[in-house]
Design a protein. Structure first.
Length: 152
């Protein structure tokens, strides 16, 4: 089983989308996908209604997801830890215990050679159009990641 964790700040907007989209592209008997936030603001909450809606419009149900905070034991439980932006990356790395932990963490958009800005923009204070933009960016990148995982 290969285990992949998507991480943003609140675990209600970006990482639930990355979690649901990548999960939809992989076989659950071989791949486990989860998500978490570096902050605890929204622990126990459903994803933001706008993330639920944009996912639903694209045939993906993320409404059953529940926000949780990233924890040090996630370094042991996951093979790949993807940060949605540089700030999330720094927050995760600050909890790393050793080089093995650090080596598991990558910026999500580092996997996408077609984009130069490696931060998935935070749509929380934005409009539905920002969620649409983020959905497409995450979908395109998830296709690349799934293809790579299936080749390994
Ligand atoms: P996310 O978006 O990190 O993509 O889940 C945010 C959600 C909530 C907050 C910030 C970003 N907040 O400040 O509550």
């Amino acid at each position: 089983m290969t285990r992949i964790l998507m991480v943003c700040l609140g675990n209600i907007c970006r990482s639930p989308l990355a979690h649901g989209i990548l999960e939809s592209k992989l076989n659950s008997s071989e791949f486990y996908v989860d998500s978490a936030g570096t902050a605890a603001y929204h622990v126990g909450h459903q994803p933001d209604s706008r993330s639920i809606q944009i996912a639903k419009n694209n045939g993906i149900n993320i409404s059953h997801q529940t926000a949780r905070q990233f924890k040090v034991s996630d370094f042991d439980r996951f093979d790949y830890i993807y940060a949605m932006d540089a700030s999330n990356y720094t927050n995760i790395i600050s909890l790393a215990r050793n080089n093995s932990d650090i080596g598991k963490v990558k910026l999500f958009l580092e996997e996408n050679p077609n984009v130069s800005n490696k931060n998935v923009p935070d749509p929380y204070y934005g409009e539905m159009s920002d969620f649409e933009y983020v959905f497409d960016l995450i979908k395109d990148t998830s296709i690349i990641i799934a293809k790579r995982l299936l080749e390994d």
